[in-house]
Design a protein around this ligand. Structure first.
Ligand code: FES
Length: 145
């Protein structure tokens, strides 16, 4: 059912934890399954993501997607991090079963929420970034999968 990569990231999640005084923190949840994901970003003066950590209270797929998402955004610019969509995370994990697609959406939204927090703290606007939802289950219903 799950790819080897999903199992690996679920059993050995990378970058678990918190960042003290993070540049941006984003927390998102899904009211339907009750899972919550929090993403911490450390962004330097050049706008490069130097560190990324997460805490996920959720299913195995949510843990695996958050772990992979932290690896994908690490070292990237803010604009590049915006391109780390749930599809990109799923591809990097060699896919997820259809019923688990919403878990990867949580990872995408958590990154967006952390970037939004960073932008608000610095009084800047990030091109292409929309205000994230705190509950992704509304969005999920519009998703076609
Ligand atoms: Fe909800 Fe996976 S079941 S995040």
């Amino acid at each position: 059912m799950y790819s080897e990569k999903v199992m690996d990231h679920f059993q050995h999640p990378r970058n678990v934890g918190e960042i003290e005084n993070a540049s941006g923190v984003g927390t998102v949840g899904n009211a339907k399954c009750g899972d919550i994901m929090r993403m911490y970003l450390d962004i330097d003066d050049d706008g490069i993501i130097r560190d990324c950590k997460f805490k996920t209270f959720g299913c195995g797929a949510a843990v695996a997607t958050s772990s992979m998402a932290t690896e994908l955004v690490m070292g990237k610019t803010i604009q590049e991090a915006l391109e780390v969509t749930n599809k990109a995370v799923m591809e990097a994990l060699d896919g997820l079963p259809p019923v688990k697609v919403h878990c990867s959406l949580l990872a995408e939204e958590a990154i967006h929420a952390a970037l939004w927090d960073y932008a608000e703290k610095h009084g800047i606007k990030i091109e292409g970034l929309e205000k994230p939802k705190s509950d992704i289950s509304e969005e999920e219903e519009e998703e076609d999968y």
